[in-house]
Design a protein around this ligand. Structure first.
Ligand code: FE2
Length: 233
């Protein structure tokens, strides 16, 4: 476990003090790393009515019938999304205002803002009718821990051996000194404008990924859980 991953993991352990369950996910090098425990996600109430249901595995390659809304909804209800958010994702417009809001896309950001070796990502593609994901700093009245993605994994969508990057974000809008993820802003405004909805996450690009590749994005929002999608970069 790298120092960054260890640090992120310890942060998550500190944040989630109850009902911690660890499930393995496969990574490219063949080892298993602990999946992030989501707040209360695997408590008994979340599993009511789904006693034998198993959280679907995260595929390496985009399935022919890939439906990110359906996949993340199912995986979310089974533990990847905190129970406190289930009413929202199941509610009216839940697909666009809550599930879609947490799905990644590559914004048409000024290339000069993207350092070599990074991929720009935003969440909630307006062109698909999704709400844009807001961000909030630590100490926010609604989101005391801060509302942002604290880790994002990126891997080429292939069944073959591939590198997977883990980008860590310990703070928003100014990353912590030892974060390996970076932040910038889409457009000319401040990153904090419009509830942080123009925040661009700069995520590490694996050495085996080139422009035009389909990649798998697996990210974690501090308050709303894990989301997976396949996009072309
Ligand atoms: Fe969120």
């Amino acid at each position: 476990m790298t120092e960054l991953k260890r640090r992120a993991f310890l942060k998550q352990l500190a944040a989630y003090t109850g009902g911690v369950v660890v499930a393995p996910i496969a990574v490219s090098c063949g080892k298993s790393i602990p999946s992030v425990p989501t707040a209360g996600s695997l408590k008994a109430d979340a599993m009511a009515g789904a006693e034998q249901a198993v959280m679907p595995e995260v595929p390496l390659v985009r399935p022919a019938d890939w439906d990110p809304i359906a996949f993340n909804k199912k995986r979310g209800i089974l533990g990847a999304i905190p129970a406190s958010y289930h009413a929202d994702i199941n509610g009216l417009d839940g697909e666009k205002k809550h599930l879609g809001k947490h799905l990644p896309y590559v914004p048409g950001v000024d290339a000069a803002l993207v350092p070599e070796g990074f991929v720009p990502l935003m969440w909630g593609d307006p062109s698909l009718g999704y709400a844009k994901h807001p961000n909030a700093p630590k100490g926010d009245p609604t989101y005391p821990k801060g509302h942002f993605y604290d880790w994002i994994q990126l891997r080429k969508a292939t069944a073959e051996e591939a590198e997977e990057t883990d980008s860590i974000f310990g703070n928003w809008p100014i990353p912590e000194a030892d974060d390996n993820g970076q932040l910038t802003v889409f457009g000319d405004g401040e990153i904090t404008a419009d509830s942080g909805k123009n925040t661009v996450y700069l995520v590490g690009k694996p050495a085996d990924v080139v422009s035009g590749d389909v990649v798998r994005i697996h990210g974690h929002c501090l308050y709303h859980g894990e989301y997976v999608d396949f996009i072309t970069i």
